[in-house]
Design a protein around this ligand. Structure first.
Ligand SMILES: *[C@@H]1O[C@H](CO)[C@@H](O)[C@H](O)[C@H]1NC(C)=O
Ligand SMILES: *[C@@H]1O[C@H](CO)[C@@H](O)[C@H](O)[C@H]1NC(C)=O
Ligand SMILES: *[C@@H]1O[C@H](CO)[C@@H](O)[C@H](O)[C@H]1NC(C)=O
Ligand SMILES: *[C@@H]1O[C@H](CO)[C@@H](O)[C@H](O)[C@H]1NC(C)=O
Length: 345
């Protein structure tokens, strides 16, 4: 019995030593800490929240393949030097404002394969040094005009495999250094509001940017078409994006309220692309009427002139003929008289 007690005591001591060791070294249970690279790997641990006691000098934090579904504000306050944060394949459905506060040095943020459906405006304002932002494979249907302060160094922006119908040019303009764009597999609605995106993307590619594709899902006319291959002429009924008016107006209402959604929808449907713009047809019609009128007028005038000429000619001829007839009659009479005259002779 005393031996067993001794063993138990030893085990207790050992485990407390291990615990002490962990606290001193600052590596949370269920994570692996690599001191040389200052990275902490907590992936595939079935975590529901961020482990406490992360080493304060951590540069890379792997939290992928867990079940984290919520993050509090200032969630990463204890690791202010973080450069890379990987939250791939978790269960995040929304992100509270201020989640990323304090991550002044973060360069890579991977939020791929979560269940995000919308993002707060200015959510990433506290990440001025961001270089790569991956939001792909979520359920995002709307992105605000502003996500971060102008991101001087952001080069990769990925939103493929979401439910986006449109993307504001202003958002892309806040990433002056972006070189890689992933946009495919969304619900792109290719109406007038996409014209400014189309123009922006054309310029982006011209300047050497690399992107996948924007395939239209609606309206029916453009289903399956690549936005960049729709000719400009077909955007004629759309007003050109002068200083972003109109586009931004539709986007501003709070995405949460169903009323604003309805308004946006109505605004958008009023602005559908027309394969055959009406103004041209109208102009054609007016031109046709004018030309027809002129031609008709000329023809009528000519007919009138012809008629007058005809009548005059006929009258003159008739008069002349009448004169000659009378003359002939006289001649005939005279000639008729002649035999009378000559008979006695
Ligand atoms: C996502 O993480 C879960 C564990 O939470 C894992 O079982 C699954 O294989 C991962 N999926 C992918 C695509 O890596
Ligand atoms: C962008 O990167 C450069 C070079 O690494 C750095 O000097 C600069 O501070 C960064 N800009 C911001 C806004 O962090
Ligand atoms: C995010 O993680 C996924 C899965 O590991 C990877 O395919 C993707 O390239 C990562 N994104 C970035 C920007 O590093
Ligand atoms: C994505 O959102 C749609 C509605 O917008 C919802 O029906 C669907 O269940 C969501 N999917 C996931 C994986 O959250």
């Amino acid at each position: 019995l005393s031996f067993l007690l001794f063993v138990a005591g030893e085990l207790l001591l050992l485990s407390s030593v291990i615990l002490l060791f962990r606290v001193v070294c600052g590596c949370p249970a269920r994570c692996h800490c690599h001191s040389s690279s200052r990275s902490v790997d907590c992936s595939r641990q079935g975590l529901a929240e961020i482990p406490p006691d992360l080493p304060p000098h951590t540069l890379t934090l792997h939290l992928q393949d867990n079940q984290i579904h919520q993050l509090p504000a200032f969630a990463f306050r204890s690791v202010p030097h973080l450069r890379t944060l990987n939250l791939y394949n978790n269960s995040l459905s929304n992100l509270a404002p201020g989640v990323f506060h304090g991550l002044q040095h973060l360069q890579v943020l991977n939020l791929t394969q979560n269940s995000l459906h919308s993002l707060e405006s200015r959510l990433f304002h506290s990440l001025p040094q961001l270089r790569e932002l991956d939001l792909s494979s979520n359920n995002i249907s709307h992105l605000p005009i502003s996500l971060g302060k102008p991101w001087e160094n952001l080069t990769v922006f990925a939103v493929q495999q979401n439910r986006l119908q449109q993307l504001d040019r202003e958002l892309l303009e806040s990433m002056p250094s972006v070189r890689l764009l992933f946009l495919k597999d969304n619900l792109w609605k290719c109406n007038c509001h996409m014209l400014s995106l189309k123009l922006w993307l054309e310029k982006f590619i011209y300047k050497g940017g690399i992107m996948d594709s924007v395939t239209c899902v609606s309206p029916h006319t453009w289903k399956g078409k690549d936005l960049l291959k729709i000719p400009h002429e077909l955007y004629q009924p759309c007003s050109l994006p002068s200083a972003g008016t109109g586009t931004s107006r539709v986007q501003q209402p709070d995405p949460g309220s169903p009323e604003s959604h309805g308004l946006g929808q109505r605004d958008r449907s009023e602005c559908e692309l027309k394969p055959k713009p009406r103004p041209i047809n109208l102009r054609h019609a007016v031109a046709t009427v004018v030309i027809t009128g002129v031609v008709c007028g000329i023809v009528c005038l000519m007919m009138l002139v012809a008629a007058i000429y005809g009548c005059t000619y006929a009258a003159v001829t008739a008069q002349h003929k009448a004169g000659r007839l009378a003359q002939t009659e006289e001649t005939v009479k005279l000639e008729g008289k002649e035999p009378d005259d000559s008979s006695p002779a």
